[in-house]
Ligand binder design. Structure first.
Ligand code: IPM
Ligand code: MG
Length: 355
């Protein structure tokens, strides 16, 4: 099969972890006889340095012409403490999502049995947790009108959603729920927000089309609490852009390390795969970044975009094996011994080669 992939390593540890995924991808391609065409583009702070634009047109062209995008990370501390910065690396990711129409962000949270003790939450609470967040990604308060007034003394951000935007994300949630345990939770703040009331009304009106799916409606503050108390009670959750951003960071703690969490951002004719962790500038260049989230994102890509189930499954098995054997970066190491970013990547590659 021919796979046309855009590689956007980005900032901080992005390039390091992405390199390990490329290594794994090349190995998979060789083993299963796929023809992979990769082209690299610039995004984030490095793109600002080079093009004065965190998502340059060249990069957009490259992404639009590819079947899927493998994304590293974005962000640089030199922008974080400057509230007046007009151009920011994060804008690159938002522009990319919007321009490619990547409206749904899928963030699975799974607990690996071999890592139960790594989680700060009690084992009996998290065992068996297998959640899929379906976060709306191109609307809401992220993209509403914002600004300053009254001589700069007043600021506002607006949250807005159309019924159609809600329908398409809810449809995805219902469809995943149908394929999984038939439980769907609609997360909102409908006791306060008008946009949330439209979400709830819209999702309620769709229930009849999915008779097997049992829908619960919960307020985001309560979900934030129950997610930590009883994570295994959730399955598929749908939510707006900002609530999803916050809840998925919270959920990443459940599994023991953010360095393990992959994600997919899907649209009509393209999809982007990325670790949910950020650019982790403190770790850049130290070879301690966990490449597994990126490698698992690659697995999601092979599965979702290319329907290469066997290949994806083999990567997941290799990851599982590295965890079981304690072949991990320091964030997951249970004793003194840990391995570098590229050693972990090599382990995954060798496992695939030899199986
Ligand atoms: C994420 C990130 C992004 C977001 C930032 C980097 C724009 O936090 O993907 O969750 O807020 O969506
Ligand atoms: Mg986030």
């Amino acid at each position: 099969m021919k796979l046309k992939i855009a590689i956007l390593p980005g900032d901080g540890i992005g390039p390091e972890v992405t390199n390990e995924s490329i290594k794994v991808l090349n190995c998979i391609a060789k083993k299963f006889n796929h023809d992979v065409e990769m082209s690299t583009g610039s995004v984030g702070a490095i793109a600002i340095d080079e093009y004065n634009d965190p998502y340059p047109d060249e990069t957009h062209k490259l992404c639009s012409e590819s079947d899927a995008i493998l994304f590293g990370a974005i962000g640089d501390p030199k922008y974080d403490n400057d509230p007046k910065a007009k151009i920011r690396p994060e804008q690159g990711l938002l522009k990319l999502r919007k321009k490619l129409g990547l409206y749904a962000n899928l963030r699975p949270t799974k607990v690996f049995d071999s890592l139960l003790e790594m989680s700060p939450i009690k084992e009996d609470r998290i065992a068996g947790t297998d959640i899929l967040f379906v976060r709306e990604l191109t609307g809401g308060i992220y993209f509403g009108e914002r600004g300053r007034k009254n001589d700069d003394n007043f600021a506002f951000d607006t949250c807005q959603y159309s019924r159609d935007e809600i329908i398409r994300i809810a449809k995805m949630g219902f469809e995943y729920a149908e394929k999984r345990s038939k439980k769907l939770c609609c997360v909102d703040k409908a006791n306060i927000l008008e946009t949330s009331r439209l979400w709830r009304e819209t999702v309620q009106s769709m229930e009849k089309d999915y008779p097997e799916v049992k829908v619960s409606y919960e307020f985001v503050d309560a979900v934030a609490m129950r997610l930590i108390q009883w994570p295994s009670s959730y399955d598929v959750l749908i939510t707006s852009n900002l609530f999803g951003d916050i809840l998925t960071d919270e959920a990443s703690v459940i599994s023991g390390s953010m360095g393990l969490m992959p994600s997919a951002s899907v649209g009509l004719d393209n999809a982007l795969y990325e670790p949910i962790h950020g650019s982790y500038p403190e770790a850049t260049g130290k070879k301690i970044a966990n490449p597994l989230a990126s490698i698992l994102s690659l697995s999601m890509m092979l599965d979702y975009t290319f329907n290469l189930k066997e290949e994806a499954e083999l990567i997941n098995k290799a990851v599982e094996s590295s965890l079981i054997n304690g072949y991990t970066t320091p964030d997951l190491s249970k004793n003194q011994e840990s391995y570098s970013t590229n050693q972990v990547g090599d382990y995954i590659k060798d496992f695939i080669q030899n199986s």
